[in-house]
Ligand binder design. Structure first.
Ligand code: TNX
Length: 535
């Protein structure tokens, strides 16, 4: 049975408890927390022991966290007699049965983190980190407790669009730190779109010199941001070395980076660089405003497939993830309808319509990636015209794509825009900063249930998890992106990790409030007025 006890005292006393330096509760809410016993106090003589079978990474990152956020350097040495108190990290897949699960025991002179696997130990240390008062400069007192914990879903994601706006690598690393702090284990990195190609591909230098840049203008779009109206060149890209470095940084924090290369739609930037890959031959230019564009990769042209296969080969070599995201959303069919080569392909392959041609397109790419042991994820439109064998469906237009995928025995990741889009407004204030539209306040994200009620238990097993999507049309700066992402990402973290039965909105909102200081200590500028902006 689940015994769910909120950390800390009653809500009425919370303000006073905070003032006394009581640490804030854990987000996402653990499966089970039992409070009791005297606290453990971290001092410069506290050592961290890494047990057999574990790499030193988790302990190193914990030390770093304590140094930067708690202003304390923990003892480097584990020599007998030197350390007064110690934190023991242990691997025990028998004692802790769930993958990524852990048990955290805080006793007066000893803290033990037992993980089912390395990820479990890492997550135990994240919970321990959250139990420390952040940035107060006070005593690092951890209340006596026993925490037993493991995730509800194996896929807990945040998507980040770096095409519409770019963010520096150090900022991406800071965000990865925060993702890990809240036990999110996947960064879906949206690297290409109409407005810019952001990953270096060595075989195609014009992706760097042409597709990576756009001229900022207002043409045809009312909602463009004023300071971007100046026609200047905007853009850039991540080198393969930078991407590899980010992948390593993420892996050390048990985060998988899944790259997305968009096809057949949202491809204008690539077409601007290589116009022969479009049905009309161009010329094209990298999009200068937001939306959906008719010019897409030509499905009748063999050169399109060799280009994309070469690109994906380079991408697959950078990202060790089993999954590559191939996009598949919002692909208008008007060019294919008017293209003799596309029509000829449809005849030759006995494809009844352009939707079937799209399905053919995705299947070919999927088959190519299968030769490198990679599986594809696609937005739910990849179901149009027939779902490619082995494909995972990312359900964004609603829940229906995910429901159908699960019924067909395909893995599904739930990202319905009405519930988990972080580019939507979080407030109803007319004066709030410009957003894509919609309304997904903190409470709405928190109340989203990733497993649709219409699925049988067996079908529900195909729902691999849930993800919040960060489309950055209206996030031109780091400050704005952080305002949109935090604290709403904390709601996603909790629905992705915590047991369904633990869902409790007032408790979550109270705990989130106590995480302001944590976010601040992690260097994140979150929206702070969410008490007022949450309905
Ligand atoms: C739809 S969600 C898109 C993106 C936009 C987003 C804006 C999806 C797969 N495609 O290209 O950025 O809407 O909310």
């Amino acid at each position: 049975t689940l015994c769910l006890v909120l950390l800390g005292t009653g809500l009425g006393q919370e303000g006073r408890a905070q003032a006394l330096g009581t640490p804030p509760p854990i987000i996402p809410q653990p499966v089970q927390v039992r409070m009791g016993g005297a606290p453990f106090v971290l001092t410069s003589r506290t050592a961290v022991h890494t047990g057999p079978g574990l790499t030193p990474g988790a302990a190193t990152l914990f030390r770093q966290y304590v140094r930067t956020v708690g202003h304390l350097a923990l003892s480097q040495t584990s020599a007998a007699g030197e350390a007064v108190d110690a934190i023991y990290l242990r691997l025990d897949s028998q004692a802790v049965t769930h993958p990524e699960g852990y048990r955290l025991v805080v006793a007066p002179h000893r803290i033990t983190v037992t993980g089912h696997d390395e990820a479990g130990v890492f997550y135990g240390l994240q919970s321990l980190s959250q139990l420390l008062p952040a940035g107060t400069g006070g005593a690092l007192r951890v209340p006596g407790c026993v925490v037993e914990d493991y995730p509800r879903f194996g896929y807990r994601g945040m998507h980040l669009d770096v095409s519409r706006h770019l963010f520096p690598v150090p900022v991406l690393k800071k965000w990865l730190d925060v993702l890990a702090f809240y036990k999110i284990n996947t960064l879906h990195w949206h690297l290409t779109d109409d407005q810019g190609w952001r990953i270096e591909i060595k075989q195609y230098p014009r992706l760097q010199s042409v597709a990576a840049y756009r001229n900022e203008t207002l043409i045809g779009h009312k909602k463009e941001l004023p300071h971007r109206f100046d026609g200047r060149r905007y853009g850039g890209y991540y080198t393969q070395a930078e991407a590899r470095d980010l992948v390593r940084y993420a892996a050390a924090r048990h985060i998988t980076v899944i790259p997305e290369i968009e096809m057949p739609g949202h491809a204008l930037a690539a077409l601007a660089a290589y116009p022969a890959l479009g049905c009309t031959g161009g010329p094209y230019q990298t999009a200068t405003f937001w939306g959906v564009f008719d010019d897409v990769f030509c499905a009748g042209n063999e050169a399109t497939f060799s280009f994309l296969e070469n690109v994906l080969d380079e991408v697959a070599a950078i990202f060790p993830s089993r999954y590559l995201h191939i996009g598949g959303d919002e692909c208008p069919k008007v060019r294919w309808q008017a293209c003799p080569k596309c029509q000829a392909r449809m005849q030759a392959e006995h494809l009844p319509d352009e939707r079937a041609l799209q399905s053919y397109f995705i299947r070919r790419i999927s088959q190519h990636l299968a030769t490198q042991n990679k599986q594809i994820i696609g937005w739910d439109e990849i179901m149009e015209g027939g779902l490619t064998p082995g494909a995972t469906v990312m359900s964004w237009t609603g829940e229906q794509g995910g429901i159908e995928a699960a019924r067909l025995g395909h893995p599904a990741i739930m990202t319905p825009e009405k519930y988990v889009y972080l580019d939507y407004y979080q407030s109803l204030y007319a004066a709030d900063s410009l957003a894509a539209g919609g309304y997904t306040p903190l409470s709405k994200i928190y109340q989203y249930e990733p497993v649709p009620a219409s699925l049988t238990a067996a079908q529900a097993g195909y729902v691999r998890g849930v993800q919040a999507n960060v489309w950055t049309e209206y996030m031109p700066t780091v400050r704005k992106a952080e305002y949109m992402i935090f604290p709403r990402l904390l709601a996603l973290a909790e629905i992705a990790w915590s047991p369904k039965a633990a869902r409790n909105l007032p408790s979550f909102l109270a705990r989130t409030r106590t995480h302001d200081r944590q976010l601040q200590a992690l260097g994140v500028a979150s929206a702070r007025n969410y008490d007022a902006i949450t309905d």
